[in-house]
Design a protein around this ligand. Structure first.
Ligand SMILES: C[S@@+](CC[C@H](N)C(=O)[O-])C[C@H]1O[C@@H](n2cnc3c(N)ncnc32)[C@H](O)[C@@H]1O
Length: 459
């Protein structure tokens, strides 16, 4: 299939099983996935929500359950991969041994290419020195291909000083060189090298040697042990605060090794979008999928900030939730993030102990300040508006506690999003506006959905 026939530069929101099923056979050049072992645990950590964490723990229970959950998704991955395509599966010791067997069955044992051992943690885990085992410092990345013909550019690195000193011990007017045994060679090549003065016959060897000059040597070929890519430190450098975020260098290496410019790269568990950002920067086409609307929003922001892309013009997000039926299944923190993002606000990173404020909307001139949330540097300029979100029908007590939160935050305006509002709640909103000069603007979920639908019609 021609790469131009597939819609790329798209982030699909939803279970990858559904979205993978919609893609045609044999259409993707490279697929990388980094699925969560314990379901959605990563973004509970991301948003620091311990309540949610409890609710999600053990969803997959054991490895067998996990493998069974992954299998239908892998069936789709194998189907959509081109016959010349490559697949990388990123996991750790929890799943690696079970998944290797599954992947061998699905791709064929002879299509296994490498198990990359990425040293993702530096140090020996000495803070947990009471543990009676060695530190779990590596992730495993399984590399499979669909067939025998596939793209592969093996990365190479310059030789170390020590290596050069010990191996390239000769030199002539052409430069520094090493001597390699010439055990098999064609007559033409031998004659050519002889003409160039490259052949050396040692008296004690039955084979001739040839001179390999340093400046034309390819460097050390990369093995499956990758120790030179540092893990992300949350909130530092490229870190976005997403604990499962992978370094961009890791994805760049995989993409460069197993694809060419204009190839299509797909990540079905895209998280905060490392794969699609690397693909974009390397001139590849891309498709990202993630079940979390929050992750999709983080990706959109990253594509804008890092790659200068404009949502709706250079890329699109498809299938963000459109109905209450979809939304009510969301865990509360996802629902809050959805609502606040839809209003153009920024959700609070802290979901426990948020003092009744789930996020803020920053009037246009204040947006650059959003980054400093939590600091006291706003002073007079701080015009941010608090938002409260409830996934149910809001009653009078909900409004009362939001009033308190708004006052504590020293403002007189707030947005309240709820499924609907009781009569008592609406009466209280009217009363505080009239009698106490405090404005609470109510939004129902349906109002937001209707607004989103209008926007989506444009893009
Ligand atoms: C380990 S993270 C991926 C991190 C990513 N490699 C990065 O660098 O940001 C796994 C992601 O899979 C997503 N996810 C979980 N279940 C999913 C599903 N069924 N379909 C699509 N995405 C899913 C989660 O929302 C999460 O963002």
């Amino acid at each position: 299939m021609n790469n131009n026939e597939i819609k790329t530069s798209v982030i699909y929101c939803g279970d990858c099983l559904k979205h993978l099923k919609n893609l045609p056979d044999d259409c993707i050049d490279l697929i990388y996935i980094d699925p969560p072992f314990n379901s959605n645990r990563n973004y509970e950590v991301f948003w620091g929500d311990t309540k949610e964490k409890r609710a999600f723990e053990d969803r997959f229970g054991d490895a067998e359950h996990y493998v069974n959950w992954m299998t239908p998704r892998l069936v789709q991955i194998v189907r959509i991969l081109k016959l010349t395509g490559s697949f990388y599966y990123h996991c750790d010791w929890h799943a690696s041994h079970y998944m290797k067997i599954k992947l061998d069955q699905m791709f064929g044992f002879s299509n296994f290419r490498s198990e990359i051992m990425w040293e993702r943690a530096i140090g020996t885990g000495s803070s947990k020195s009471i543990a009676k085992h060695f530190g779990h410092n590596n992730d495993s990345i399984f590399f499979f291909t669909k067939g025998k013909k596939y793209t592969f550019h093996r990365p190479r690195f310059p030789y170390s000083e020590d290596y050069i000193k010990s191996k390239f011990v000769y030199s002539d007017e052409r430069g520094q060189y090493r001597l390699n045994v010439l055990a098999t060679y064609s007559k033409e090549r031998f004659e050519q090298w002889q003409k160039e003065g490259r052949i050396v016959q040692k008296p004690d060897s039955k084979y001739p040697y040839y001179k390999q000059y340093l400046d034309e040597s390819p460097g050390v070929a990369l093995s499956n042990i990758w120790t030179d890519i540092e893990p992300i430190i949350s909130n530092k450098g490229e870190g976005l605060g997403y604990p499962t975020q992978k370094p961009i260098k890791l994805l760049e290496r995989i993409i460069k090794a197993s694809s060419n410019p204009d190839d299509i790269i797909l990540d079905a568990f895209c998280g905060c979008g490392t794969t699609i950002v690397a693909a974009q920067q390397l001139g590849r086409k891309w498709i990202g999928i993630d079940i979390s609307p929050t992750a999709c929003r983080v990706m959109a922001k990253r594509l804008k900030d890092v790659c200068g892309l404009k949502e709706g013009v250079d890329f699109v997000i498809r299938d963000l939730p459109k109905t209450w039926e979809e939304l009510k299944k969301y865990p509360p923190f996802e629902f809050q993030n959805w609502a606040i993002n839809a209003l153009g606000g920024i959700p609070s990173a802290k979901k426990v102990g948020d003092m009744g404020i789930d996020g803020y909307i920053y009037p246009a001139e204040d947006v650059s300040m959003a980054k400093n949330e939590g600091s006291d540097l706003f002073g007079e300029l701080d015009k941010r508006i608090p938002v409260q979100v409830k996934q149910h029908r809001a009653g009078r007590p909900d409004i009362d506690s939001f009033e308190t939160a708004i006052r504590r935050d020293k403002r007189n305006l707030g947005f309240f999003v709820a499924l609907t509002f009781t009569k008592d709640a609406t009466r209280e909103i009217d009363r505080v506006k009239r009698e106490e000069d405090l404005t609470i603007i109510p939004f129902t979920v349906q109002q937001i959905l209707d607004e989103e639908a209008k926007i989506n019609d444009f893009v």
